[in-house]
Design a binder for this molecule. Structure first.
Ligand code: FNR
Length: 343
């Protein structure tokens, strides 16, 4: 069989399809891209410790996130400007997420309005990712639209008071195509004055609030104190502060600090089902995929995103079984160790 089998295969297909402007925007990271690389490499240092003879004849990858059942512990991360990847943009991704029975997090900087994404995929479970703009009316308008269109959570991205400097994009003169309609101006109008008080304002809209971009125990505790329903351990896919740890390496610290008071999710560098399994072992409830989903979108639109989500689900199922687990809930800290193995 010659078709794409892995996330890496979809990355290669995406590279072939996209022009340099789109490719570099999606690929790139901040600064020297050390964190971008680390996100992927760090997973390989966490070794799996399988148990044997566990009867894994019946593996079920389903779980819940904030009360929503999903087919496997893999959600779609907020990724801006999806029409760069495919003409159908966020509509295709939402339909694919719905077909794969998972949650899509729609970016503030989507190329379709929140209402249009919801209309394109009536049965999709959607969360809205929020950036706070200096022009607060823009942010408020997006939130109101999400609230009236059935979105089920607000995800405040907290690692972006300013946009990181992605030098690859600067070098090629990255530009947003003129015909894209994007709410707010992430390049010039992000509010650098955001504080914990804004979290209280966000929570006032009645939807659960998820804090995306937490990397330390101190901030994890503050997030819980301010009522966050979940935190996402994330470094924005290496696109914000270069030099921060890989998400998987920051996860244990955050999980310990949260101590079960909120759900902990992770994104950054997830390319394989075993990366999902490693994240579960270190205490994440689920992961989000950014680039992996967008590579699928670039390669084959809705069908491509669907196939990436399906292949990850199958890899998770196989990983669980070979680890000796029949469900995400059975994966524990005892199933991983930093290399070299010590137990
Ligand atoms: C992102 N990410 C992001 N995050 C966010 O909160 N709002 C956004 O608009 C975007 N936009 C965006 C565009 C592109 C092209 C990428 C690659 C990423 C970050 C994203 O949600 C997630 O944190 C990372 O993508 C996770 O890393 P991986 O899965 O790409 O390795």
């Amino acid at each position: 069989m010659n078709g794409p089998l892995t996330v890496a295969d979809y990355e290669a297909l995406a590279r072939d399809k996209l022009d340099d402007n789109a490719w570099e925007y999606i690929r790139g990271g901040a600064g020297d891209e050390t964190t971008l690389r680390e996100n992927v490499e760090a997973f390989t240092r966490w070794k799996l410790r399988p148990r044997v003879l566990c009867d894994v004849g019946n593996v079920d990858t389903r779980t819940t996130v904030l009360g929503t059942e999903i087919a496997s512990p893999v959600l779609v991360a907020p990724v801006a400007l999806q029409k760069l990847a495919h003409v159908d943009g966020e509509a295709a991704t939402a339909r694919a997420a719905a077909a794969a029975r998972t949650i899509m997090c729609v970016s503030t900087s989507a190329t379709l309005r929140p209402a249009a994404v919801a209309a394109a995929a009536a049965d999709a479970a959607l969360w809205l990712q929020v950036y706070v703009f200096n022009d607060r009316g823009v942010t408020q308008g997006l939130i109101d639209e999400a609230c009236t269109n059935g979105y089920s959570a607000l995800v405040l991205t907290v690692d972006t008071p300013l946009l990181g400097r992605r030098e690859g994009a600067v070098r090629i003169g990255f530009h947003i195509p003129d015909d894209f309609e994007v709410a707010g101006d992430i390049f010039n109008d992000l509010s650098a004055n955001v504080t914990w008080r804004d979290l209280d304002w966000l929570a006032g809209h009645g939807l659960p609030v998820v804090l995306k971009g937490v990397l330390t125990a101190d901030d994890a505790r503050l997030a819980v104190e301010h009522g966050a329903a979940a935190v996402v351990v994330s470094n924005h896919g290496g696109r914000q502060l270069d030099g921060v740890p890989a998400s998987i390496d920051a996860l244990p610290e955050v999980v310990d600090a949260v101590a079960g008071r909120a759900e902990v999710l992770l994104d950054g560098g997830v390319r394989r089902g075993i990366d999902v399994v490693r994240s579960l072992a270190l205490g994440a409830r689920a992961v989000l995929v950014g680039r992996a989903a967008v590579w699928g979108l670039a390669a084959a639109g809705e069908e491509g995103v669907r196939r990436v989500l399906d292949l990850l689900q199958k890899e998770v199922a196989l990983g669980l079984a070979l680890l000796g687990c029949t469900s995400p809930a059975e994966v524990t800290r005892a199933h991983v160790a930093l290399s070299p193995w010590k137990s």
